[in-house]
Design a protein around this ligand. Structure first.
Ligand SMILES: [Zn+2]
Length: 469
């Protein structure tokens, strides 16, 4: 934007404010929201920040050098337009993938077919020579326990329950499958399995394996077994070949390492409230990502949109009544340590968070928000819905916010999550194709504007923050 345009924009914004004084509150809110959307679609910095995070820094797994660089970069940027920044120390697990994984199936004529796999986050490696064993296919943990040790021992368990394509909310389809990935190894190890292969959490058939967190639960460490994801195309292939030859063998080699906990940081920036500085409105996303792609959708988008909320307010000369705080959480993907530490310290300091909004569902076209709030609070929120109509934002539903703001809910804080269109999210989630080119600039900016508008309304009107039901 050139200077003359910038000056024009500034005058327009100021006159919008002056005009707003003599208008009803809903007219004033409409004008303000128009300014927010106009600014976000013309002068937003979010796409440039995402470009830097994705292309100059890359995948930001907790404890990695890239995560450290992302902390420094976002703090430096936040300093430019906030009143206070802070790096909040937190210990996070460090896990690394090592050399790329390798896997194939070997048919009874000894021919082999290579398949695309990746280690699940937190998995142990295979022994150096790899593991080769027969495969048993299951579609649920229940089926696994029905088969029991007799059928499982010495085999590689192949979890192949696909995401349900009939679910319009794709996060529900994900929720219906993800226990295979998270608990699959723990459960299979109890029956003597030697490794697990999990169908990638993806609605689309393609060649990308999707990683994600997994846990060994309470298993003794000597019983841990390697766990990997297989692409949906190769899961189909393995299923087909198993139907032809149930004695086929599967070879897996992976080289990952858990290094223990290391120090990292939540990055915080805020603008103090002019009238109610002790009432805090939080907006955030998570700075860490998986390592296969560069984490542009998950959750680079949420990070830069959250930063954009404060940048837009500052650029429009909006002086918040309440304290607006952006928090870029560390370690959402494989531990949630940043979110827990933030909530712990907030409680210790007796901070009053009246509202916390998270963006962690990709940088796609925004549709609305989901809220963790009681009925009275939802009434207030629903009264604002009409203001969002010109921007095609319509989804205001109760139930569900986000993993990073979740721990704040105990204190009665109203929680929310931005809900972008979710149909394509799992094409990219935790996979090598979650890269900068997969994010559309305009969709990203619309998301930031939608978030800024909601934060503005909470700032203007506050909300009863004690849970009634
Ligand atoms: Zn995420």
């Amino acid at each position: 934007m050139n200077n003359i345009y910038a000056l024009g924009f500034f005058i327009l914004t100021c006159s919008a404010f002056a005009e707003a004084q003599s208008l009803s509150s809903s007219e004033a809110d409409s004008l303000m929201m128009k300014s927010i959307y106009d600014f976000s679609l013309t002068e937003s910095k979010s796409y440039d920040w995402l470009d830097y995070l994705s292309n100059n820094i890359g995948g930001r797994l907790s404890g990695s050098i890239q995560a450290e660089r992302a902390v420094k970069y976002t703090e430096k940027e936040l300093k430019k337009f906030t009143m206070r920044t802070e790096l909040q120390s937190v210990m996070v697990p460090k896990w690394s993938r090592g050399t790329p994984e390798f896997a194939y199936m070997q048919l009874n004529d000894l021919s082999t077919i290579n398949v695309n796999v990746c280690a699940l986050g937190g998995s142990i490696p295979t022994r150096q020579a790899g593991i080769k064993a027969p495969v048993i296919e299951v579609t649920s943990l229940k089926q696994l326990s029905d088969l029991g040790r007799k059928e499982i021992e010495g085999k590689i368990v192949f979890y192949n329950r696909p995401m349900d394509p009939t679910k319009i909310q794709t996060f529900e389809a994900y929720g219906g499958c993800v226990n295979q990935r998270y608990s699959g190894a723990e459960e299979a190890a109890k029956y003597g399995a030697v490794a697990v292969i999990v169908r990638s959490m993806n609605l689309r058939l393609d060649d990308y394996p999707h990683t994600g967190s997994m846990s060994y639960g309470d298993l003794p460490i000597e019983n841990y077994i390697p766990a990997a994801a297989i692409s949906t195309n190769d899961a189909e292939k393995l299923h087909t070949f198993l139907a032809i030859d149930r004695n086929l063998e599967f070879y897996l080699k992976q080289d990952c390492t858990s290094w223990g906990d290391v120090e990292s940081y939540n990055v915080i920036g805020e603008i103090k409230g002019s009238k109610y500085p002790d009432e805090i409105i939080l907006v955030g996303g998570h700075l860490d990502s998986w390592d296969l792609g560069d984490g542009s959708h998950d959750d680079g988008a949420g990070v830069v949109q959250s930063m954009q909320v404060l940048h837009t307010m500052k650029s429009l000369n909006y002086i918040p009544l309440r304290t607006i705080r952006v928090v870029l959480f560390m370690n959402e993907e494989n531990g949630l340590k940043g979110a827990r530490e933030y909530a712990r310290r907030a409680e210790l300091k007796n901070e009053n968070h009246i509202f916390a909004l998270e963006s962690d569902a990709g940088g796609f076209s925004p549709r609305g928000f989901s809220f963790d709030a009681n009925d009275d609070q939802m009434k207030v929120v629903n009264s604002w819905k009409i203001l969002f109509k010109p921007y095609l934002i319509h989804y205001f539903e109760k139930g569900g916010s986000g993993a990073d703001v979740g721990p704040l809910g105990k204190g009665g804080t109203v929680l929310a999550g931005l809900r972008p269109d979710s149909q394509r999210y799992f094409d990219f989630h935790h996979a090598a194709n979650d890269t900068f080119d997969a994010v559309n600039k305009r969709e990203l900016e619309l998301g930031a504007a939608t978030m800024t508008s909601l934060i503005y309304l909470f700032d203007q009107y506050g909300i009863v923050n004690k849970r009634i039901n």
